[in-house]
Design a protein around this ligand. Sequence first.
Ligand SMILES: Nc1ncnc2c1ncn2[C@@H]1O[C@H](COP(=O)(O)OP(=O)(O)OP(=O)(O)O)[C@@H](O)[C@H]1O
Ligand SMILES: [Mg+2]
Length: 262
Amino acid sequence: MATSGNGACGVSAAASGAGSEAVVRVEGLRKSFGSNMVLRGIDLTVMPGQVVTIIGASGSGKSTLLRCINLLETPDAGHVWFRGKDLAAEHVDINALREKIGMVFQSFNLFNNMNVLDNCTLAPVTLKKTSRQEAEKVALANLDSVGLADFAGADVNTLSGGQKQRVAIARALCMKPDLMLFDEPTSALDPEISGEVLEVMRRLASQGMTMVVVTHEMAFARSVSDEVVFMDEGVIAEKGSPEKMFTDPEKPRTREFLARYL
Ligand SMILES: Nc1ncnc2c1ncn2[C@@H]1O[C@H](COP(=O)(O)OP(=O)(O)OP(=O)(O)O)[C@@H](O)[C@H]1O
Ligand SMILES: [Mg+2]
């Protein structure tokens, strides 16, 4: 296995070997903010079509991990490979790779000065140079898939939270991502509204989308995940199948955390 001291050398032995089919491989990832060491050596592999959920207490580093995967944050040490490419390598086109990683945030982050359709076509037209006609066709198909075909012309400010989040998912899908990152996508929503967003995510998972989902929705994590990762103070304290994690976790910290939800 490569270690975090290898430097930025492109495709590593680890990433080019038998595991090269991984969508994301994280090794030895470390990140501090000042003296606050937030990620203390994270190793994680996400294979095509896998749904990995990340659970853990507030401040354990879940968002920072997601933000390092799409380079919204720059890691201090360690590596992130996306489809075999080291994101820290100098010759790698970060923007091109990032276009293949969709991100959905707790706070929607829609462009409030645009209607629903323009939210969905902006990135394909400006970043990928897709024709407007093609971008609109793709956008309408994705809006349809999240149940919002009739809202293409709507002002986003008039939508409910659940509708906004479904637009955010459709918008991310318009870039035809290889990986979707979700950071607590339902935390800002009322419980009865969360269901419609979780249903869209569930469908996406069943269609084979590779997903990393930070969530406190334990029923969702249990039913949709291939792997559940429990983060505690900047490390992966335990990971495993949903059955194991939710019925028979090994670590006292995992049990203690889950006891709050079960
Ligand atoms: N840009 C930043 N600058 C300084 N400190 C940060 C920054 N981003 C995160 N932190 C700190 O890093 C730690 C981990 O934050 P992070 O957002 O990754 O946790 P989290 O597990 O996502 O928590 P939550 O469940 O509350 O969202 C916290 O102490 C936070 O204050
Ligand atoms: Mg967070």
